[in-house]
Design a protein around this ligand. Structure first.
Ligand SMILES: [Zn+2]
Length: 189
């Protein structure tokens, strides 16, 4: 039986790189994969997943109304060689979409590997990640480190001057602000 995996981490841990490598491993063995990414993140242009080390691949963008199960079902009917589904920026899924992923695993018998951030810059869970933590079969942490050398579990938003920001919308991509992964102690400071 296929399994449902959630790979979670803080920012800049290399999630997209690991996703693209795993997808490539399937393709190298003659199996096709389906890649989804959130429409929210258009830093690199929509319709693709890009890693910071320069590798990229085409992906299907999802917004909050997109039905991942219906789309995947049609793709599998068209292509029986489709063997695995990957989701990048999985923190932006909503509850309904996480449940669609469970159906891809249980009804279409396709493994689903979702990659996302556990929490936002305020230390609050993302909707997608919250339900992925509940519904995935396997939870895998992708580790990265804080500037102090401890494991980074949190995401600090900083402004153009390098100052930590604690107010604002949960989702803010592009602009002058950026994120750094920190340990809990440095997040709270
Ligand atoms: Zn630290």
């Amino acid at each position: 039986m296929a399994k449902f995996y959630f790979y979670y981490s803080a920012m800049n841990a290399g999630k997209s790189t690991i996703l693209l490598q795993s997808s490539y491993n399937y393709q190298e063995r003659g199996m096709d994969t389906l890649l989804f990414s959130s429409i929210v993140d258009d830093r690199y242009g929509q319709g693709k997943i890009s890693s910071r080390i320069g590798v990229s691949a085409k992906a299907v963008s999802f917004d909050k109304d997109f039905d991942l199960y219906a789309y995947t079902k049609i793709q599998k009917e068209k292509n029986p060689n489709l063997k695995c589904v990957f989701v990048d920026e999985a923190q932006f899924l909503n509850k309904k979409q996480v449940m669609q992923l469970t159906k891809i695993v249980d009804e279409l018998n396709l493994p689903v590997l979702a990659y996302g951030l556990r929490s936002d810059f305020k230390g609050e869970p993302f909707e997608g990640s919250m339900y992925l933590l509940v519904w995935a079969d396997n939870l895998i942490e992708i580790k990265t480190i804080c500037h102090c050398g401890k494991k980074a579990t949190m995401n600090t938003r900083i402004d153009a001057q390098g100052q930590a920001v604690s107010e604002g919308d949960q989702i803010q991509i592009g602009g002058n602000e950026r994120y750094i992964a920190t340990c809990r102690q440095h997040f709270l400071k």
